[in-house]
Write a protein of this length. Sequence first.
Length: 305
Amino acid sequence: MEKKIRNIHIIINPVAGIGESILPIINASMKEADIKWEASITHRGGDAVQYAKAAVKDGVDALAVYGGDGTLREAISGLIGSEIPLVILPGGSANVMATELGLPTDLKEACKLLSHGSLKTKTIDVGQFDKHYFIIGISLGFEADVVKGADRKTKNKLGIFAYLFSAIAALKKTKKCVYHLKIDGQEHEVQGFMCLITNTGNLGFSNISFDKHIDVSDGLLDVVVVRKANLSLFKLVIITLIKRERPDNLELVEHWQGKDISISSSPKQSVQCDGEVLEKIPLHIKIIPGAIKVLVPKRMDKAIE
């Protein structure tokens, strides 16, 4: 690492993970790395934001987060504007950002990176709407219904497969709508059953990305509207995942990039942000380029800043 980490604060979401005893794992790794550490436990929404702000004020060398992408979303809200790097200790069902950045999804392996000093700093973008921040993305329609249907009890029991069962149910109930988009001043009106405004292309498992051109450090958000849910779409998705190329069938999928995005839907659809269900719509979303620093493996293939 460019700078030796001597003290670290760890935010822990106690409902994350699959029932493993995490404190002995963390303690052993911190002891091996000769890092002084303290931990805060989240109990309700907003706790991670306050803990992150307090850690910044205390001047720690790094802030670690054990939890899922929702916990990360809160923590980065407290890191915005600081130079303190984020350490991701995956504990969620999908761990999309950890997978996107080439981090191990196993806690022991993630901690081992700290103790063996095999990390470098990568600067990544953050999305913003109102006073809220996100690192993965916002979705309307089908994906939001999937997130909404995968409750905590099912995720604890089935892990990422909870989303599979929820997806089957969501396919039956998600209805088409008209998306009203304004992307960097250009207006678009398109019919579909799902819209993504995303910072990442990763699906959260097996390092599969639906578009290799989507980059968390390119200063842009990607807007994807899936127009139809049929067999042709399924075939297109399979081909896209295999080739890792952008879908070229505009009858099924449309794709834009931008820095300033407004969206609403008629009729209103479910909305989620980094795994958390939202109520507010319409949304005005912006990208903040290079907003936070994250410690990532040196062996990453992507450019490290």
